[in-house]
Design a protein around this ligand. Sequence first.
Ligand code: ZN
Length: 148
Amino acid sequence: MWEVPEQLLLFTFWGGSEMSVARFWRKIPQRYNMIGTKCETCHRHFFPPRTFCPDCRRSGRIIDHKFAGTGTVVTYTVIHTANEQFEAFTPYVLAIVKLDEGPRMTAQIVCCPDEVKIGMRVKSVFRRIATDGESGIIHYGTKFVPVE
Ligand code: ZN
């Protein structure tokens, strides 16, 4: 299904990020559909999905959860230089978004770089995320747009 780009300038930017690039891309199907999980015992939500609740351990009951796609910008940066696949988007805003259900994710915010603010409300949209110049394959996935 997905031809996965290896060079992801945008995701390596955060340095100390909790998720490696490889792990990030293995989770693409979930990310694409905003499908995670939740623990019915303590109501904690997981995105990317987890099959085990670290709080409830064996008493946790994990079920699939479709995220609402709404959240808040925790922090952001503006990318001015990107490799070929992301070049068409520069300059673009890359942010950590805290979903309303709790988990955080890294994603592009589709807006003018002057417009983004910490604490800004956003919602998820399905958009083109990269173009593979050689093959012409276009990849789609989740981005966020500002909510009024
Ligand atoms: Zn739990």
